[in-house]
Design a protein around this ligand. Structure first.
Ligand SMILES: [Zn+2]
Length: 139
């Protein structure tokens, strides 16, 4: 049987279309029989998002999408670890942080160099007809 998706009409007039529950026309979030569990899941999810935002604000954590943000997290972890009592585990963690820092510095350096090379070469680095396969789309 094909699951045609949830038929609940959203406020914008479009259908929800999330996968419908087995044998039902509505999805987990819109099926009345599952509404208590769905409400509890929303409440717990909201609690986790608020907690994550609070912790991220306290530690000035902006995610791990850039080398800089990864370096900031690594520095915070290194500082927190340095403040602990000396132990083999603490020293292993600090050595691991130093190794990770080296990789991040290298990645940041390579990204900077690549940006400089792309700026020097220009946007048309792959001339037409240079494709290894004729059907290969030009980049
Ligand atoms: Zn739905």
């Amino acid at each position: 049987m094909v699951n045609r998706g949830c038929t609940f009409e959203m406020p914008d007039g479009l259908l929800c279309q999330a996968p419908a529950l087995r044998g039902k026309a509505l999805c987990y979030w819109h099926e009345p029989d599952a509404s208590d569990a769905a409400q509890e899941a929303r409440r717990v999810g909201g609690h986790h998002r608020r907690k994550a935002r609070s912790v991220a604000t306290i530690y000035d954590f902006a995610g791990l999408r850039t080398v800089e943000s990864a370096q900031r997290l690594l520095e915070t972890a290194a500082i927190e670890t340095l403040a602990l009592e000396n132990s083999i585990q603490r020293n292993r963690t600090l050595i691991s942080a130093a190794a990770g820092a080296g990789k991040l510095i290298e990645a940041g350096d390579l990204a900077d160099r690549l940006t400089a090379v792309e700026a020097a070469v220009g946007p048309k680095a792959h001339p037409e007809g240079d494709a290894a396969f004729p059907e290969e789309p030009a980049r």
